[in-house]
Design a protein around this ligand. Structure first.
Ligand SMILES: *[C@@H]1O[C@H](CO)[C@@H](O)[C@H](O)[C@H]1NC(C)=O
Ligand SMILES: *[C@@H]1O[C@H](CO)[C@@H](O)[C@H](O)[C@H]1NC(C)=O
Ligand SMILES: *[C@@H]1O[C@H](CO)[C@@H](O)[C@H](O)[C@H]1NC(C)=O
Ligand SMILES: *[C@@H]1O[C@H](CO)[C@@H](O)[C@H](O)[C@H]1NC(C)=O
Ligand SMILES: *[C@@H]1O[C@H](CO)[C@@H](O)[C@H](O)[C@H]1NC(C)=O
Length: 470
């Protein structure tokens, strides 16, 4: 398998500019030779700038050209997805053109990436082609799979038509003229009845209500479609113009990369699209809601997502002290609210909810942040997996604790989505929080945005005043 495109740890260490300017089949730079790599990068980068200046300087001044059909696909998807509420429950297949079996994400992704990027993008595909989505994951996404928990339980067995697959669609990037392929319309006419038998609970069912299950007899006359692994990664993840993404991945064509945009602008349509999908198809099981409320009991809160451990190269670790001024601004704002509205019960208590994969971050905060801030700070306590170094949590533990890791990440995501504000960097987990609570889009601080676009502490105060006075 081509590990290079996986969304997990190894993929994150890749520098975007390398892939942009060189051939796509190169393997990861050797991280023990940073100087040589930098020199190469400078050289290739310089060449690239010259070439671009020569031929495509106007692209830096105009809005990035987007692939053909990009706006149309996005508009149709956004329009349709927003208009529908959840109509699919377990049961009838009538009215649909097929069943999409969502069977895996990539190999390296952890819970945030698998559930909120790979599953969401396949759900978008299902909506585009009027397919009923059946989320039943196998063990390919190894960091979310836990044999003890997911390998047992229900088996599913049903009749359906086999012989249809996702075709390949493509677009030509207007800047590089490279052609990129992504999953297109379902194709195949030689259909025959077949029996599907799957063991295990499909991972998904440990955390969410089933989206749909094709065991109804009305499904037997529909074709079952599954993406191949290379359609899922890199095609769906990197090249599909309508996919949602959690940062500018390496390998992303310039017309999708859209470097003329701030992350705030870049994320806006993707967050809208993902929100409508999540609203339509995601139902967390009650125990996860209960955990989220247990660790973050207040409806008034500021979420902090401080991702350290394996966050690397392209995405820098954000130093913990950079979060503090925003935290203090929020604290002061809430205290003022409390003084201004002494009779308002909701304003009486508030919290600052910290989600982090690093025990070092918690230690540092406990040692350096003011006592009054610590008095309102909440985080998942108890037997929680956190890393004290640069190894990712999901790589630290064996397969038999992947379920625990999933529960903790999903609890963090839900707990943060209860908040009115979030200060964060680039990550699938932060995006998931935005997908669940779209109001956060204009009420968040992305410390990984372009320097000039980062919401300042002063601007953050103005946002809080606006939200409070609405
Ligand atoms: C969107 O909805 C319209 C009207 O219901 C329908 O004709 C169209 O095919 C839908 N498009 C997609 C991509 O689902
Ligand atoms: C994944 O499942 C396949 C069978 O579907 C099995 O052969 C393989 O050993 C499993 N791998 C792991 C890591 O559990
Ligand atoms: C149609 O599919 C069946 C089995 O699925 C296969 O045996 C047969 O050769 C196929 N026919 C054609 C024309 O491809
Ligand atoms: C991080 O710590 C764990 C044990 O806590 C260890 O197994 C792992 O090798 C360490 N990783 C690095 C990169 O130091
Ligand atoms: C964010 O603010 C912009 C500009 O005021 C507005 O157009 C947009 O609809 C807002 N987005 C959300 C999700 O509230």
């Amino acid at each position: 398998m081509n590990r290079k495109y996986s969304a997990g740890a190894s993929y994150r260490k890749k520098d975007s500019r390398q892939v942009l300017s060189t051939d796509l089949s190169r393997s990861n730079p050797d991280r023990t030779k940073p100087i040589q790599y930098k020199t190469k990068l400078l050289f290739v980068g310089g060449l690239l700038v010259l070439v671009l200046l020569q031929f495509s300087w106007k692209f830096f001044l105009l809005e990035s050209p987007v692939p053909p059909g990009y706006h149309e696909a996005a508009a149709v998807l956004d329009g349709n997805a927003t208009a529908t509420t959840r109509t699919t429950t377990i049961g009838s297949c009538s009215g649909y053109d097929g069943v999409l079996h969502i069977a895996s994400g990539d190999q390296e992704g952890a819970a945030g990436t698998i559930f909120f990027l790979f599953v969401v993008n396949q759900l978008i595909y299902a909506d585009m082609y009027n397919l009923l989505p059946w989320v039943h994951l196998n063990n390919v996404s190894k960091y979310v799979y836990d044999d003890k928990v997911h390998g047992t339980g229900q088996t599913a067995e049903f009749e359906i038509l086999c012989g249809k697959t996702a075709s390949w669609a493509s677009f030509t990037d207007p800047i590089t003229n490279n052609q990129h392929q992504f999953p297109g319309m379902p194709q195949g006419t030689n259909l025959s009845s077949c029996r599907i038998y799957v063991e295990g609970n499909g991972v998904w069912n440990s955390y969410f209500e089933p989206v749909f299950s094709p065991t109804d007899p009305s499904c037997a006359s529909l074709p079952l479609i599954r993406m191949t692994y290379s359609q899922i990664i890199p095609s769906l993840h990197v090249f599909a113009p309508w996919s949602v993404r959690s940062w500018r991945y390496g390998g992303l064509p310039p017309s999708l990369r859209q470097l003329d945009k701030s992350y705030q602008e870049w994320f806006a349509p993707m967050r809208r699209r993902a929100h409508s999908i999540v609203k339509k198809y995601f139902r967390f099981l009650p125990y996860l809601h209960e955990r989220a409320v247990e660790y973050n009991p207040h409806s008034q809160c500021l979420a902090l997502h401080i991702r350290h451990s394996d966050k690397a190269n392209r995405r820098k670790r954000i130093p913990v002290p950079r979060f503090l001024p925003y935290v203090e601004a929020y604290y002061n704002h809430q205290m003022q609210q409390r003084r201004d509205h002494p009779k308002n019960d909701i304003l009486r208590s508030f919290s600052i909810y910290l989600a982090t994969d690093s025990s070092t971050v918690i230690d540092m905060i406990q040692e350096t942040w003011p006592k009054e801030i610590q008095s309102v700070l909440q985080w998942q306590k108890g037997n929680v997996l956190r890393s004290s170094n640069t190894t990712a949590v999901f790589q630290l533990v064996g397969g038999n604790r992947h379920h625990d890791g999933n529960v903790q990440v999903l609890t963090d995501i839900l707990a943060m989505s209860r908040c009115q504000y979030i200060v964060h960097g680039l990550s699938a987990v932060s995006e998931a929080v935005h997908y669940l609570n779209p109001l956060l889009h204009n009420q968040s601080v992305n410390l990984d945005d372009r320097k000039k676009d980062i919401v300042s502490v002063e601007q953050f105060r103005i946002i809080m005043d606006r939200v409070t006075n609405q």
